[in-house]
Design a protein around this ligand. Structure first.
Ligand SMILES: Nc1ncnc2c1ncn2[C@@H]1O[C@H](COP(=O)(O)OP(=O)(O)OP(=O)(O)O)[C@@H](O)[C@H]1O
Ligand SMILES: [Mg+2]
Length: 319
């Protein structure tokens, strides 16, 4: 696999606040690479150093073989950037923005095609400040794509979007990857990282705490699945304890929870119940998620958006 982004021992502090504290990783061509972590973890700082928009204090970065600090201009002709706090001139219309941005790139895509593809064609005459949050996001992605980039950087792709718009964004990012582009995104939604990314880097207080595919990260936890269903209180589910893979069975009131491991767990439970002529009412299966991985690695749940972390002096290198 070709490495398109290489980061070694990246460090960046703002005064006494260490934002990125020795982060190293590689991104492969054609993957959707996600960096997840709570507010203030250092995601934007990292992505901006990679884009050449911020100068790291130390460390080595190569993007498409170039040093973003020294070859920023040449690099930015080959990458697309969607900024976290993007804004455009209020009265600039959607189509004008796209045409304007074509001038910045040597091999731009056709604005008309992008308008169609991103569902912006019917909004082409709208001014920037007339757009909803979701449409603004789509416009920023269109602007990040207009230069026909090899790598697309998306900082907080779906923050502020409703669930429907979020899913539409996920589809769009997958389409962009299918065109052979590499996508580097940041998010503080674990679910988004789990559904969308080929590999996920979990960053916490400026440090990389894990990096792997979502499946491997979840599997590495070794956490149990739970099969949950509703019973008639007369029904005694304790025989399920004998099934291979089941570690324990909990029955409280009408609710039965079976804890266990293995791919065949659910099938075994269903079969064993069917063999006794019992239906599994309201059955659902809960699996561990990336959220559980984060909790296991850091000992804390992900902070809710808007919360600040402690200053790095309390939480940085000494940990
Ligand atoms: N320009 C700046 N000046 C001073 N401190 C900054 C600056 N930019 C970021 N920081 C601090 O550096 C740390 C990392 O910030 P960064 O924006 O990289 O985090 P983030 O993971 O992108 O957070 P969010 O999820 O809120 O976007 C935070 O403590 C933040 O307050
Ligand atoms: Mg950020």
């Amino acid at each position: 696999m070709r490495v398109v982004i290489e980061v070694q021992e990246l460090r960046k502090a703002y005064g006494s606040r260490v934002a990125v504290d020795g982060v190293s990783f590689e991104v492969y061509e054609g993957e959707i690479f996600g960096m997840v972590g709570p507010n203030g973890a250092g995601k934007t700082t990292t992505i901006e150093c990679i884009e050449g928009l911020r100068q790291p204090d130390s460390g080595r970065i190569r993007v498409l073989g170039m040093d973003p600090g020294r070859q920023g201009r040449a690099l930015r002709a080959r990458i697309g950037i969607q900024l976290q706090e993007g804004a455009l001139s209020h009265r600039l219309r959607v189509e004008e923005a796209l045409w304007l941005f074509t001038a910045f790139y040597p091999r731009p895509l056709d604005p008309e095609t992008l308008l169609q593809r991103l569902g912006l064609a019917e909004h082409r005459r709208k001014a920037f400040d007339q757009l909803s949050g979701g449409l603004k996001q789509r416009l920023f992605i269109a602007l990040a794509l207009i230069g026909n980039p090899e790598i697309l950087f998306l900082d907080e792709l779906t923050t502020g979007l409703d669930p429907h718009a979020r899913r539409a964004m996920w589809d769009l990012v997958q389409e962009i990857r299918a065109e052979g582009r590499t996508v580097f995104l940041t998010t503080h939604y674990m679910e988004e990282a789990e559904r969308l990314c080929d590999r996920v880097a979990i960053i916490d207080r400026g440090r990389l705490v894990a990096l792997d595919t979502p499946e491997n990260l979840i599997r590495s936890l070794g956490a149990e699945q739970r099969v949950i269903f509703t019973r008639d209180t007369a029904f005694d589910p304790s025989f399920l304890t004998d099934l291979p893979g089941v570690s324990r069975v909990e029955a409280i009131g009408e609710r039965v929870v079976i804890y266990g491991r293995g791919d065949s767990l659910v099938g075994r439970v269903v079969e064993a119940m069917a063999a006794r002529g019992m239906a599994l009412r309201d059955m659902r299966v809960e699996r561990p998620t990336l959220e559980d991985v984060y909790l296991a690695l850091t000992g804390r749940p992900m902070e809710t958006p808007g919360q600040e972390i402690l200053p790095a002096s309390n939480s940085g290198r000494s940990r």
